[in-house]
Design a binder for this molecule. Structure first.
Ligand SMILES: [Fe+2]
Length: 296
């Protein structure tokens, strides 16, 4: 274990073969705000941070990096030294990304590029005036072959807590704050460095209706949901962005109370107190959908 402590997911950098289309989707459909465009790279904000989504034009789609903010108790040099002690190499990059003057770059055991940093600029461009306008970028789910080592990496290197599981060795949830999960590591025998979905938090259940209407109008119909998940109890819908990445919109996510090791009790919880456990199935309402969300 290190003393390095991530506490929130700040950004995801998408390589995109349809960068202009993806930019249009994030601005017009998702209600994100353009903060910078430099050498073709597009930086979009959800109201506060310099960016929460980066779109980098490329021939093939993939996730180039994930950015997590640290609690700021260690300098970046101290972070590197702590990581080195558990055998993880990293490099410090200066002015590599607008809005982040310095970051530490490392790779998880699945090969994903992870950025960690103490500070990101907050130009606070304000929330979008139209589109869905989620409250925040909430979590990521990605496939990993060597998922047990990937889980161990996020726990040992970045201070994440294991928070829940669907099926033994299927979907593995970890958090670095009080959200039920910030990362979902989906075990796979064939896929690595592959996004399963990216998720944004809505303000309430009525926002699902508004966003689903808007998604249909913009040609991104909901493919799964709305339904309440078992693990996390978030009410979720899923759709595809123009690159075919699966996007989840959710509300009502379970809130973890680390002091008690339980989730804040809710009327819809199947167990009281609700503790991290192994769940069976994806929908707490028991509804089945045509799209197999376990295999998108
Ligand atoms: Fe999710």
């Amino acid at each position: 274990m290190t003393n390095v402590k991530a506490f929130r997911l700040v950004y995801v950098n998408f390589a995109s073969p349809n960068a202009e289309k993806l930019k249009d989707y994030y601005i017009r459909t998702m209600g994100y705000v353009l903060t910078k465009e430099e050498s073709g790279v597009i930086y979009l904000s959800n109201g506060f941070d310099h960016h929460n989504i980066i779109i980098t034009p490329a021939l093939e789609k993939k996730v180039l990096s994930y950015g997590y903010q640290l609690d700021g108790k260690l300098t970046h040099e101290e972070v590197q030294a702590e990581l080195k002690e558990i055998g993880i190499s990293s490099i410090v990059k200066t002015d590599a990304i607008p809005g982040v003057s310095e970051l530490v770059e490392l790779h998880d055991p699945d090969g994903n590029t992870v950025h960690i940093f103490n500070e990101i600029e907050h130009p606070a461009p304000g929330f979008g005036q139209s589109g869905i306008v989620p409250q925040k970028l909430g979590h990521l789910a990605f496939y990993a072959k060597d998922f047990k080592n990937v889980i161990k990496f996020y726990e040992d290197a970045l201070g994440f807590m294991f928070s829940d599981q669907i099926g033994e060795d299927f979907a593995n949830f970890l958090t670095c704050n009080t959200d039920h999960h910030v990362i979902n590591i989906v075990a796979s025998e064939t896929k690595s460095q592959t996004l399963h979905h990216i998720a944004f938090q809505l303000k309430d259940a009525s926002h699902h209706t508004i966003s689903s209407d808007l998604l249909a109008k913009h040609g991104h119909p909901v493919i799964w949901g709305p339904s309440r998940h078992t693990s996390g109890h978030n009410i979720a819908t899923y759709h595809y962005d123009p690159d075919g990445n699966v996007v989840e919109l959710f509300t009502d996510m379970d809130v973890y109370v680390p002091e008690l090791g339980i989730y804040e009790p809710r009327p819809w919880h199947e167990f009281l107190p609700l503790k991290p456990r192994v769940w069976d199935g994806l929908s707490a309402w028991g509804t089945e959908f045509e799209v197999d969300l376990a295999n998108v």
